[in-house]
Design a protein around this ligand. Structure first.
Ligand code: PMV
Length: 327
């Protein structure tokens, strides 16, 4: 046979307990474990075709040809898959996000999770969930959390073998929603791969990492007990800790913009008057506002009315990465 093809789709995820900093940059072995949930309705869909007629790997993202570093990062994962499958065939990779890249939602998690599943399947491999999660991790750390479904924990592990993610509760376990307040849709200037390499230059990183097992336990418990007050407390603490590390790294990284602070302030104010609501912020200015599904429409409306908020995307808890049939 001259071609082998597979198509897979995966959601991005939002972390409650953040991954920031690596013990091993190349293998993306994290300094601490993390917990997230997948964002339903948003996805990357990727089709990989290994073809004897190709003389090199060809990547298109949203119908645009990608070369240079973007292609290289994908080729590193393909080489790993080719090594495992014992093939040297080149591949055509067509990838699409159903959410605008201008939405400022990190697409590397969904992209590398979908690629890991599509490429390994197209190469004839049948990897376990843990094996897929490890493979996805090599492309982008947080991508390992987009392989299992629902609420997911990435155990830091002792080494490459046991650093992977698994589900701690299915999507329907707790009806939470991420209301993403988009305050700036431009590409970020310093990406997370570079950011991770700076984490240890902050004098605060060691304390953040040392306290991580305690926060992980609080977060795990809050999810399993569906305890919103406990969840909100640890989620905001964890996000604030990560940004404190970013701001005190050398060179310093500032992702907040003035509208970011406007949203954070509003969330705190609404919580004080009794709304179950909390914020978490990744390596960018947009604010992920977590609330129960019943309040989602009302919260989205309130967020849209704030100064500097351009758009609000909403996503409930999503399922695992999955293969999709062709055609
Ligand atoms: O997977 P990366 O290298 O894009 O890092 C993700 C880092 C954060 O989004 C800031 C935190 C996280 O745990 O998702």
């Amino acid at each position: 046979m001259s071609t082998h093809t597979a198509t897979a789709q995966a959601c991005p995820n939002i972390a409650f307990i953040k991954y920031w900093g690596n013990r091993d940059q190349r293998l993306r072995l994290p300094s601490n474990g993390s917990i997230s949930f997948n964002l339903e309705g948003l996805f990357t869909r990727t089709r990989v075709t290994f073809d004897t007629r190709l003389i090199g790997d060809v990547l298109t993202l949203n119908n645009k040809k990608v070369t240079g570093q973007g292609l290289q990062r994908v080729q590193t994962m393909l080489d790993e898959v080719r090594g495992m499958a014992g093939t040297n065939l080149h591949a055509e990779i067509q990838s699409e996000n159903n959410f605008p890249s201008s939405a400022g939602i990190a697409s590397s998690a969904s992209a590398f999770a979908a690629l890991a599943l599509a490429a390994s399947t197209a190469a004839g491999l049948s990897l376990s969930e843990a094996g897929l999660s490890r493979l996805a991790r090599h492309g982008s750390g947080s991508a390992c959390r987009s392989i299992p479904g629902g609420f997911v924990e990435w155990q830091a592990g002792k080494g490459d073998e046991d650093s992977f993610a698994f589900s701690i509760a299915p999507p329907e376990y707790w009806g939470l929603v991420d209301c993403v307040a988009i305050v700036n849709s431009e590409q970020k200037t310093t990406g997370s791969t570079e950011g991770h390499t700076r984490a240890d230059s902050s004098p605060l990183q060691a304390a953040r990492v040392e306290d991580a097992p305690r926060r992980l336990e609080l977060c795990r418990r809050a999810i399993l007990d569906r305890d919103y007050t406990a969840l909100a407390d640890v989620v905001e603490l964890d996000s604030n800790l990560m940004h404190a590390v970013m701001m005190t790294s050398r060179p310093a990284l500032f992702y907040y913009q003035s509208a970011t602070l406007t949203v954070m302030e509003a969330v705190r104010r609404w919580r004080e008057v009794g709304l179950p609501i909390c914020y978490t912020i990744d390596a960018g200015p947009n604010v992920h506002v977590i609330c129960p599904q019943v309040n989602c429409a009302m919260i989205a409306e309130k967020l849209e009315a704030l100064n500097g908020v351009r758009q609000v995307l909403t996503a409930p808890v999503g399922g695992p990465a999955r293969l999709v049939s062709e055609g």
